[in-house]
Design a binder for this molecule. Structure first.
Ligand SMILES: Cc1ncc(COP(=O)(O)O)c(C=O)c1O
Length: 422
C-alpha cells in the first residue's frame, strides 16, 4: 500500500533543506557540528571526541527562538535575576498555550514551579507517595526516569508497551508507534501487591507516541479504581506533529476521579533544558491541596531567567514552534527514505511527536551491542536502547533535530560500517 513515506529520497532531502535555514532563520551551514562544538558546552558537544557525530541526547541543534533570546536579554538588562516564589506570568502563559493548543483549561492556582521536569516528578512523588511503594511505568522509556527514581523509595514495575503498527499495514496512513498494554496495567493494579504510583510519559519518549483519549480514559478509570497516583510527564507535547492529536491527561484524570498531576515545561519544545524552569499542574482541587504542601524551596530553586524564557516560548514563540515541528517532520521523512535506501535492515515505526527516532538495529548483524559498534566504528553517537528498560535491547534512539546534512552524514557512516561487514 502506498503511504506518505514512499517519496523519492532526493525529494525528501530538498524538502528538508527547504529555504536553506533552520526555524530561527540560521543558514544550515551554521549548524555544522564542527562549528556548534566550538560554541556550545552542553553534553551533546562535550561528551564525545570531535570526530563523533552526536545524535544522542534530546537537545536540538536549531538556534533558540529569537523571541526567547530577546526575553532573556531583556531580563538581564533589567537585572531581573533574583529568586522566585510563584509562577506569576508563567501560570497565564501555560494556561493560554494549553487552552489554545489542546482545549485544556488550567486554573492558574493549580500551577506550581519546579526547577525542571525531573525535579517536578521527584517532588510530586515525594508529596503524593511519601512512603514510596510500587511504581509502574511503560517501557522502553526515557532512561532519565530510572535515574530520577533512584532518589525515591519505589520498587519499579516495568510494563512493556504493545508494539507499533507500521503505516499502511493497518490500513491507516500513519500507523502507530505503540500503545499502552492496558490489560497488563489492569493486572498489575489489581494484583495482590498492587501499584501505588504510575509514571506516564505522554507523548511517550522514545517512540513519540501521543496516547489516545481511549487509552488515557481507561488508564484514569483504573487509577481511580485502584487508588494509583499518576504523574503525567507531558514535556514533549508541544512537539506533536501536524497530523497527530495530543490529549492531556489531567482533564481525563479529573473526570475519572484519579489522583494526578502533570509535569511540563517549554524546555523540550523550545530547547531550553539549561534554563531550569518547569511547572507541576494539579489535575483538580484535591491534587492541588497536596501540591500546596510542596516545600517553598521547590519554587525558589527555579531559575527566573528560565521563567522569562518559558513565558516567551508559550506566548510569543508559537510560530517558531510551528516551523520547528514542520522541520522535524521533513527530517523524519528524510530519515525514513535514507533508512529505506541505505539501511533496509533497520526497522523504524515513525512516531508522531518530537524529534527522537526509536530504531531497531537488531537486523544489522552488528552483534548484541550495535550502538557501541556504531559509536566506535562509524563515529556516530546514538542512545543505547538497553538503557530504556525492558524491550530496548538492540534498539537505538536517534535525534533528528539537526541540519539535514548531519542526518545524511550519520546514516552514510552507519551504512558504510554495515556494508564493510558484509
Ligand atoms: C520525557 C522526559 N522527561 C523529562 C526530561 C527532562 O526534562 P528536564 O530537563 O526539564 O528535567 C526529558 C528530557 O529529555 C524527557 O524526555
Amino acid at each position: 500500500m502506498h503511504n506518505k513515506y514512499m517519496t523519492d529520497g532526493a525529494d525528501c532531502f530538498s524538502q528538508a533543506i527547504g529555504a536553506g535555514v533552520d526555524p530561527s532563520g540560521l543558514p544550515w551551514h551554521e549548524l555544522d557540528p564542527a562549528l556548534l562544538r566550538e560554541k556550545r558546552n552542553s553534553i551533546k558537544w562535550t561528551r564525545y571526541p570531535a570526530d563523533v557525530l552526536p545524535l544522542f541526547v534530546a537537545e536540538m541543534d536549531f538556534a533558540v527562538a529569537p523571541e526567547i533570546q530577546r526575553a532573556i536579554i531583556r531580563a538581564v538588562e533589567a537585572s531581573d535575576t533574583g529568586y522566585l516564589a510563584e509562577p506569576g506570568p508563567l501560570a497565564d502563559a501555560i494556561a493560554s498555550f494549553a487552552q489554545d493548543s489542546w482545549g485544556w483549561q488550567i486554573r492558574n492556582e493549580h500551577v506550581h514551579l519546579a526547577t525542571d521536569v525531573a525535579t517536578g516528578l521527584v517532588e510530586a512523588f515525594r508529596v503524593f507517595r511519601p512512603a514510596g511503594g510500587r511504581l509502574a511505568l511503560p517501557t522502553p522509556c526515557y532512561p532519565g526516569f530510572f535515574e530520577i527514581l533512584l532518589e525515591l523509595n519505589f520498587e519499579i514495575v516495568e510494563i512493556p508497551l504493545l508494539p507499533g503498527v507500521a503505516a499502511g499495514s493497518d490500513g491507516s496512513e500513519f500507523g502507530s508507534a505503540g500503545s499502552l498494554d492496558l490489560a497488563a496495567i489492569e493486572q498489575a493494579f489489581a494484583s495482590e501487591d498492587g501499584i501505588d504510583a504510575f509514571l506516564l510519559c505522554n507523548p511517550h519518549n522514545p517512540h513519540g507516541i501521543p496516547f489516545t483519549s481511549v487509552e488515557l480514559s481507561k488508564l484514569a478509570e483504573l487509577a481511580a479504581k485502584h487508588d494509583v497516583f499518576v504523574a503525567s510527564d507531558e514535556i514533549h507535547a508541544p512537539l506533536t506533529h501536524s497530523h497527530a492529536t495530543f490529549t492531556p491527561f489531567a482533564p481525563i484524570a479529573a473526570k475519572a476521579g484519579a489522583h494526578s498531576v502533570t509535569t511540563t515545561s517549554a524546555s523540550k519544545g523550545w530547547n531550553l533544558a539549561g534554563s531550569k524552569c518547569s511547572v507541576i499542574v494539579a489535575a483538580d482541587d484535591r491534587a492541588n491541596e497536596l501540591l500546596q504542601t510542596l516545600p517553598p524551596e521547590v519554587a525558589t530553586r527555579t531559575s527566573i531567567l528560565g521563567l522569562h524564557a518559558n513565558v516567551a516560548a508559550f506566548n510569543d514563540a508559537r510560530e517558531w514552534l510551528g516551523r520547528t515541528v514542520s522541520q522535524i517532520e521533513a527530517n523524519q521523512r528524510l530519515l525514513i527514505s535514507l533508512l529505506n535506501d541505505r539501511l533496509p535492515a533497520v526497522r523504524y515505526v515513525p512516531g508522531s511527536t518530537g524529534y527522537l527516532a526509536w530504531i531497531d538495529l537488531n537486523g544489522l548483524g552488528l552483534g548484541d551491542e550495535p550502538v557501541e559498534r556504531v559509536l566506535q566504528e562509524a563515529r556516530v553517537a546514538l542512545n543505547n536502547g538497553s538503557d530504556f528498560g525492558l524491550g530496548g535491547a538492540g534498539f537505538a534512539r536517534l535525534n533528528m533535530a539537526a541540519s539535514p546534512h548531519t542526518i545524511v552524514q550519520a546514516i552514510d557512516r552507519i551504512a558504510e560500517l554495515v556494508s564493510a561487514r558484509r
